[in-house]
Design a protein around this ligand. Structure first.
Ligand code: ZN
Length: 465
């Protein structure tokens, strides 16, 4: 069994692993790099000829795990993409959105470059919406918890990872030379007690574990503290007569935020404000949430079956069209504006930031992870001024962060997830984290496990002889 680390190695985005065994090549995820320093990598071809890859197994639909699948297909990959039903539905939405954002940004950039009399040497987009439709025909739904033969001698099982709808840990059981090697890819691990999703699955055996470490060195505040902080932030912005701008992943984070705002409203802890979900895919994403009861936790299921709409309230507006989106700026404050992308590196959020970041009455609230090199990270780190839509803008709005709504397990939960394997792993690889997070997690694991614990670099190859 040979394992190639081709992304999310020493950084957080661009997840992709190539497994070679039994003369077969299997990819786990094929994500887009989102950190500014690594954007170049998105244009590179897979190191192995894409037509020689037998199958692609997707842990979940987030773009940093799925975002380059259409490009891989364009480059020659002709195999199937296996994913849970929730991931198949969300990948359609997210990949089409990714193509759409690229095409929209390219148009916007072109117009700006015409004014600035600059030219771009590179193609405008990594892939188009048409490319996405073509590659979606290769997707096949797989259920949770049932082993599937994805290639000769390779069985794969998807287990709920509680990170986003459809998310999974993937376990490979590889039969080679009369022995079975079990390799577990954690994918992104969720935080327990998600308001909608089930808790991450605990697995009890693996020879090789590849585990994420996004929050390998940090602990989240509790959900109750996060709710208190959300109430305080909303009330504060109302008292200052400003707007609350929330950059948020349109799928998952946004639904959870709606759920929490609704809960605060029901408890009369915040006034009912016009709340805009400015993302064309939010309505469709919410429909997908309704279509996948297999991913709901018991409490959420009970609310739905009691006739409640846990993801809606009266002043909540979904804005699909771009003229509706522009009209939000004309709305008198205070309003809550939730828009994507979550790290501010693309999409309509940039326009809302451009409109509000210079206003001391407004607040920009971050509720998700901000990767190095993204606009979101620059703002969180206090960079001032910041470049938005091609011009430098002074940051005068209040900048706030709440970590308790994170979709990722924190250090304590990562430790607990690893502990369920007991002493079984022979090799552990820590990926999907920045250097500090990976090293901190490693030193904790080394204290507990007898096996080698490595933090691979991009391009590293491991042979399990
Ligand atoms: Zn994810």
């Amino acid at each position: 069994v040979r394992l190639h680390f081709l992304g999310a190695a020493g950084n957080v985005t661009g997840s992709r692993y190539l497994v070679e065994a039994n003369g077969k090549r299997i990819l786990i995820d094929y994500g887009m790099f989102q950190e500014r320093d690594y954007l170049e990598r998105n244009w590179m071809r897979l190191e192995a000829p894409p037509e020689t890859v037998d199958a692609l197994l997707l842990t979940h639909a987030h773009i940093d795990h799925s975002g380059l699948i259409p490009k891989l297909a364009n480059d020659g990959f002709a195999g199937l993409v296996f994913a849970t039903p929730g991931s198949v539905d969300l990948a359609e939405i997210l990949l089409l959105d990714s193509a759409h954002i690229q095409e929209e940004d390219a148009r916007f950039k072109k117009a700006r470059h015409r004014v600035e009399k600059r030219t771009d040497k590179r193609p405008d987009v990594l892939y188009t919406e048409t490319d996405v439709w073509k590659c979606l025909s290769r997707f096949r739904s797989v259920p949770y918890d049932r082993p599937i033969e994805v290639a000769d001698g390779v069985r794969a099982t998807w287990f709920d990872a509680g990170h986003m709808l459809g998310s999974a840990h993937i376990r490979l059981e590889i039969e080679e030379g009369g022995r079975t090697t079990t390799v577990v890819f954690s994918g992104d691990i969720g935080q327990s007690e998600n308001p909608i999703l089930r808790n991450p699955t605990r697995l009890d055996h693996a020879d090789v574990v590849v585990v994420e470490s996004t929050y390998g060195n940090r602990c989240h505040e509790t959900r109750e503290n996060a709710l208190d902080a959300l109430a305080e932030t909303v009330n504060d912005v109302v008292s200052r007569r400003g707007n609350l701008i929330v950059p948020s992943f349109a799928v998952g984070r946004t639904q959870e935020l709606i759920f929490f705002l609704k809960r605060l409203l029901a408890d009369a802890r915040i006034p009912e404000l016009p709340t805009f979900v400015d993302s064309p895919m939010a309505i469709r994403a919410t429909e997908v949430f309704h279509r996948h009861p297999e991913a709901w936790n018991d409490a959420f299921a009970n609310r739905v079956y009691a006739g409640e709409d846990p993801l809606g309230f009266q002043k909540l507006h979904f804005t699909r069209e771009s003229d509706e989106s522009r009209a939000i700026a004309l709305y008198p404050p205070s309003a809550v504006i939730i828009s994507a992308s979550g790290m501010c590196n693309a999409g309509r959020i940039k326009h809302h930031l451009a409109n509000n970041i210079g206003d001391p009455k407004s607040t920009i609230l971050f509720i998700g992870y901000q990767a190095t090199g993204t606009l979101g990270r620059a703002i969180v780190d206090g960079e001032n001024p910041v470049r938005i839509l091609g011009s430098l803008r002074e940051v005068r709005a209040k900048i706030a962060s709440i970590s308790g709504f994170s979709a990722h397990a924190d250090a304590t939960e990562l430790d607990a997830w690893m502990a369920s394997f007991g002493e079984s792993p022979r090799h552990v690889f820590i990926t999907h984290g920045e250097a500090d997070a990976g090293q901190a997690f490693r030193s904790r694991l080394e204290g507990r496990l007898a096996c080698p614990v490595r933090v691979p670099k991009m391009g590293d190859v491991f042979d399990d002889a």
